[in-house]
Ligand binder design. Structure first.
Ligand SMILES: [Zn+2]
Ligand SMILES: [Zn+2]
Length: 166
């Protein structure tokens, strides 16, 4: 039982790494067409970005089914994925974006830091040049602001912005 809980908790922690990488390289990469709705003004209750959440639910259910079919402890990995999805909805949809009528407020320093970091993520509207792709870990604010400044400087990675020296 203790081992199963360790698997569940380990998965939950690992999912933040997976989520951060997926957000940075998939959702802001080839999967941008689904995530773009989330970086535009919020209109309805659902957005195409929610398909990622649905995919997570399918993966969690599949892992639980595999675990139950004799591939233990995959059901606990599935549980960790499901727990991460629930935590994501609470934090991201509820706390960061206040999509609900009675939305929670960031009450402590950790949640305030996450909230501000996600605001900075949304400070960039396009696919590229964003910062802070995690949902439950955020680098300190000065670090994020410095990253944002560096990404916005025209000299950063843009060959056309080089001014010819006399
Ligand atoms: Zn994003
Ligand atoms: Zn967001």
């Amino acid at each position: 039982m203790l081992l199963n809980l360790a698997v569940l908790f380990g998965t939950l922690v690992a999912m933040e790494g997976v989520g951060t990488l997926a957000h940075k390289y998939v959702m802001h990469g080839w999967g941008w067409w689904l995530h773009r709705s989330h970086h535009e003004p919020h209109l309805g209750v659902l957005e195409t970005n929610d398909i990622y959440l649905a995919a997570l639910a399918v993966i969690a259910a599949a892992l639980v089914a595999l675990g139950k079919a004799g591939h233990a402890p995959l059901q606990w990995v599935g549980g960790g994925v499901a727990a991460y999805a629930v935590a994501y909805v609470l934090a991201h949809d509820g706390l960061f974006h206040r999509h609900w009528p009675r939305a929670p407020r960031p009450v402590n320093r950790y949640l305030k830091r996450l909230y501000r970091a996600h605001r900075l993520h949304h400070a960039v509207k396009g696919r590229q040049g964003g910062v802070s792709f995690g949902f439950f870990y955020a680098p300190p604010m000065p670090v994020l602001k410095r990253q944002l400044r560096q990404l916005r400087t025209p000299a950063h990675g843009s060959p056309t912005s080089q001014t010819p020296q006399p």
